[in-house]
Design a protein around this ligand. Sequence first.
Ligand code: NAD
Ligand code: IPM
Ligand code: MN
Length: 353
Amino acid sequence: MARIAVIPGDGIGIDVTAEAVKVMKALAAARRIPLELVLFPHGAQHYLDTGVSFPDSVLDDIRQHYDAVFLGALGDPRIPDMSNARDILFGLRFGLDLFINFRPVKLLDERLSPLKGRGPADLDLVVFRENTEGHYVHMGGIFKKGTPDEIAINEDVNTRKGVERIIRAAFEYARDHGRPSLTMSDKSNALRFAHDLWQRTFIEVSREYPSIEPRHLYIDALAMQLIKNPGQFHVIVTCNLFGDIITDLGAALQGGLGMAASGNIHPGRVSMFEPVHGSAPKYAGKDTANPIGAILTAQMLLEQVGFAKEAKVIEEAVRAALQSGRATKDVGGSLGTRATGDAIALEVERLSA
Ligand code: NAD
Ligand code: IPM
Ligand code: MN
């Protein structure tokens, strides 16, 4: 039995999670997968109603009694400082030590490519974003706030252990999935201390994986090359902040933020899966958000909890829906969020029969 904690969260997170759950249930029924989905209320509305954000007891419960977490998205304009969203998102990422942010960038349909003349053969890479360090550690502070002498500091924390484990995970993925190269991207020409550590660690670890070509690009050059010739990349490893930025760029290459899936993973432990996009408050509850990123995220979750073979049909079902225009407007279809989820769930049932 796989027990999944489902946190729809805020905004369109709620809309797309309903469709991901629909597809997971359809697959579980068709392939007799023992799956228990438990809804968690934590998000902006729950916080505003009860004052409860994301207590340690919830994290402990998840750690002890669940196999994975599905998260919709977080962020609500009624809580402008995002404190509640950060409690949940970083509570899970840091609290469960989910050091791999695994973000595939794959073009599923030629018509979705924003790049002239590029098709699915030119875009199939995976970004390994470091997920527990860097600028995200919340170390620093503000001094003399609101005065002309104000000082604001966010430290960029990089440890040998943290850098090594994400680089190693990326090499292992490349080796195990027949990907010929791994590109490490940093800004070591400017950030002489922290990113020198990335350089040295990458070179050292690369010697243990002689079958993988180690490549290096500064992050600005990587952004340019991703647009110019994305087909040259197979796996990319980078720090937390750069990984955040280039995976939005990657999402645009896939057909938009609504298409991109991600996993926050610590191999062998309870991991968390969420689409790359945010809560897009403007579109919340309007039945327009694209649920495909969330649905592909559900596939990734099911693969992680032991149902890789069964979950493969989800991508096939998504391709079929896209090809026949049974998808939302942002990806050339004519359906709403719910009807897109229905179409993909139906296709999953058909393909699993
Ligand atoms: P966003 O990803 O929510 O939306 C940006 C734009 O992308 C939208 O206006 C829309 O045009 C498009 N888009 C996003 N998801 C889509 C979908 N499923 N279907 C169709 N179009 C889609 O980013 P934002 O506007 O910068 O952030 C809104 C809130 O979400 C903020 O509070 C932000 O902090 C938060 N956020 C949360 C997460 C997360 O929970 N993992 C991720 C990113 C942003
Ligand atoms: C993401 C998001 C988050 C991040 C925000 C909401 C803090 O942009 O998951 O990509 O920066 O990690
Ligand atoms: Mn982001």
